[in-house]
Design a protein around this ligand. Sequence first.
Ligand SMILES: Cc1cc2nc3c(=O)[nH]c(=O)nc-3n(C[C@H](O)[C@H](O)[C@H](O)COP(=O)(O)O)c2cc1C
Length: 214
Amino acid sequence: MRLMGRRRFVFALAGVALVALGIRSATRRPAPTLINSACQGAPRMTDRILVTYATRTGSTAEVADAIASRLCDAGLSAEARPVTEVTNLEGYSGAVLGSAVRFASWLPEMTDFVSANRDALSAMPVAFFTMHMLALGDGPAAVEESAKYTAEARDLITPTDEVFFEGMIDPARLSFLDRLAVRLVKSPVGDRRDRERIAAWTDRLAPRFAAVPT
Ligand SMILES: Cc1cc2nc3c(=O)[nH]c(=O)nc-3n(C[C@H](O)[C@H](O)[C@H](O)COP(=O)(O)O)c2cc1C
């Protein structure tokens, strides 16, 4: 009896270990490449803009970097930083917040950042950009659906500007479960980022972030 009990215990333990191993391999994916970059604008401009992002597979980081670089072309100083590495907003005069969407909402670390820095963000110009693959286009249904992605953040602060861009899905950067989810919702895959649209939006945004030169 005691032997049976021990055997059952060993089987149960092996079962738990197998399930844990299965979950681990089903959710494993390569770590995204995070970008930290900074560029200087015109010498007499005092603005320092934070372009901070939340990503799972890295494509939003590249967009944030492109936005920061474009803001610098417009004369502002800008930095692209992963939101997980930004501890406060000291020294910044404006912020661009960008997140990938997962399961119909911004990544939680970005919403948490907005919540934790609500007062500072409310005192400066802030723009939202969202990278996504469903609810595309500007038809009423898509607009209504995509607005939900940032609803939680918009309940906390009112952005000066908000935009939605088509993103990227590279199956090689996804876990087995993520690939399954993408297939289940019949999401488009590939790199659908429109660099010209992103640049044009940034160009329109820049003057709204520029203070009077000293
Ligand atoms: C598991 C998974 C869930 C996703 N959920 C949504 C979603 O609900 N709505 C949407 O529009 N896009 C969704 N996407 C698309 C991503 O938001 C898009 O691919 C984004 O560009 C990824 O950015 P990243 O490379 O910075 O992580 C999903 C992608 C994956 C892999």
